[in-house]
Write a protein that binds this ligand. Structure first.
Ligand SMILES: [Zn+2]
Length: 257
């Protein structure tokens, strides 16, 4: 009876270990997507700034072209009027005005080149941003797909674990189960731990010899007086073959002392 209960508590503990891991994974899984979405937003914001710049530069370009055209027309008119000018004073005034118009237009032509260069630069930048966006979108699509798959697998596994948990719970008396849940809600995992050579594997502190003797008798379920976790004597439970294999593999890999 006692052994069966301890056995089921250990099963319960294993199930809960895996549930804790899965829940952590479920919590962490969407973080990559959040990060990618943040990058995507930053790039999108940059693109918006560049589009504004491009609009401003295009407006500048149009304004300059308009002004150049207007002044070119005025120059042409002035040139044809030169022929009809009567005195030299008027002639010089006209020459000065034409000089001014030409000078202004030369300045505008220079400005137009600068604007065109800046337009080319910003267009290149926008193109590179568009490429980054396309890449990020592809990465996001893959990440979302794999997240969906991982979530589906984890959820299916959680459902399985819930069923195993319910099964293990039926074998454990209610007060002990309540103690298990109480400890679980207050202490860091695990809830039930083994005692080996008189030492609690939850807090690594010796339990009193009298308690250890009681524990070895295997009559009632005891708690560690130090950490309050449920305890059982290691020799009461056959070691998990998977864990033994893992420990042996680890020992074989570890360098000799
Ligand atoms: Zn302890």
């Amino acid at each position: 009876m006692y052994l069966k209960q301890i056995e089921q508590l250990v099963v319960l503990q294993k199930v809960d270990d895996e549930i804790v891991l899965l829940q952590e994974e479920l919590k962490k899984a969407p973080l990559r997507i959040t990060e990618l979405e943040k990058n995507r937003q930053e790039i999108e914001d940059n693109a918006a700034i560049i589009r504004d710049k491009l609009k401003y530069l295009t407006d500048q370009q149009k304004r300059l072209e308009g002004e150049i055209e207007t002044d070119t027309m005025r120059l042409k008119k002035s040139k044809s009027k030169m022929m009809q000018v009567g005195n030299s004073k008027e002639y010089h005034a006209m020459m000065r005005e034409m000089d001014n118009l030409e000078k202004q237009n030369r300045g505008r032509e220079e400005e137009k080149i600068t604007v065109a260069e800046e337009l080319a630069r910003q267009n290149l930048e926008l193109k590179s941003i568009d490429e980054q966006t396309t890449e990020l979108d592809a990465e996001l699509a893959v990440a979302r797909q794999s997240l969906d798959e991982r979530l589906a697998v984890a959820k299916a596994r959680l459902a399985e674990l819930d069923a195993r948990r319910a099964e293990a719970c039926t074998a454990v008396p209610k007060p002990i189960l309540q103690r298990y849940e109480f400890i679980r809600s207050r202490l860091k995992n695990p809830v039930i731990v083994h005692v080996e050579a008189g030492i609690c594997s939850g807090c690594h502190i010796s339990i009193p010899p009298q308690s250890f003797i009681e524990l070895q008798k295997g009559i009632q379920i005891l708690s560690c007086p130090n950490c309050q976790r449920l305890i059982y004597w290691r020799d009461h439970i056959a070691p998990d073959p998977e864990e033994v294999a893992a420990a042996e593999a680890a020992a074989a890999e570890a360098p000799e002392e």
